[in-house]
Design a protein around this ligand. Structure first.
Ligand SMILES: [Zn+2]
Length: 213
């Protein structure tokens, strides 16, 4: 299959460039991870929506965002806030998160840092995946969980970032009306108590808890 190319315009320096789009994965799976990391091919579809300008290094998504050149040229931006992530989709998502934060858009920033973590998960780079999750943890502390789903995603991110026992007790110990949320939270607390930072799907969670679906 030939490589897909699209024309993109940089929202920082204005350069128009040809971006090579990564192929969709041939793999397919049914289950999301507990942090909502989607199965393939949904996941590689995400990775086709982030771009990096070859001229100035600005990372951006499908929607236009413009930033001044000083922002992209800053040490903070270049080093992903000192995390020194290797160039690629994970770092692009991290930088996209920094741009969203600059606009005060914490929700988009959170989603971008998490996508960065998923890209590093796919590259079997647990060190840099963890740096992205730790950035998410910082944001979790600034944004109250708005739903039961948020609560279990937060629990998974805290655990996988190695922040065992740091999940606020109002999330960890709340009695959720929904049984699924209660079960996943129970699983997350058990894994956190064991110091387990691994990824689990909802299917694996049910298996371990002995729940027949
Ligand atoms: Zn540019």
């Amino acid at each position: 299959m030939s490589q897909e190319i699209v024309a993109k315009k940089c929202g920082c320096c204005g350069k128009v460039f040809a971006a090579a789009i990564p192929p969709l994965s041939d793999n397919s799976g049914d289950w999301f991870d507990l942090d909502q990391r989607p199965p393939e091919p949904m996941r590689s579809e995400l990775y086709r929506q982030i771009f990096r300008c070859p001229e100035c290094g600005f990372s951006f998504g499908p929607k236009d965002r413009s930033v001044p050149r000083e922002f992209v040229d800053s040490h903070e931006y270049k080093t992903c806030e000192g995390n020194r992530l290797p160039d690629g989709i994970g770092a692009d998502y991290y930088r996209f998160g920094m741009t969203a934060l600059r606009d005060g858009d914490k929700g988009t920033a959170f989603a971008s840092f998490l996508r960065g973590a998923w890209a590093f998960d796919d590259a079997n780079d647990s060190v840099n995946a963890k740096k992205c999750r730790l950035r998410c943890v910082e944001l979790c502390k600034e944004m109250p969980a708005a739903s039961a789903l948020d609560a279990v995603i937060y629990a998974d991110i805290f655990r996988r970032a190695g922040c065992f026992g740091e999940l606020p007790s109002e999330l960890a110990d709340k009695h959720y009306p929904d049984e699924l949320t209660r079960l996943v939270m129970q699983f997350e607390k058990k894994k956190a108590a064991e110091g387990d930072e691994n990824a689990y799907t909802l299917e694996q969670c049910f298996e371990e808890l002995g729940i027949k679906r």
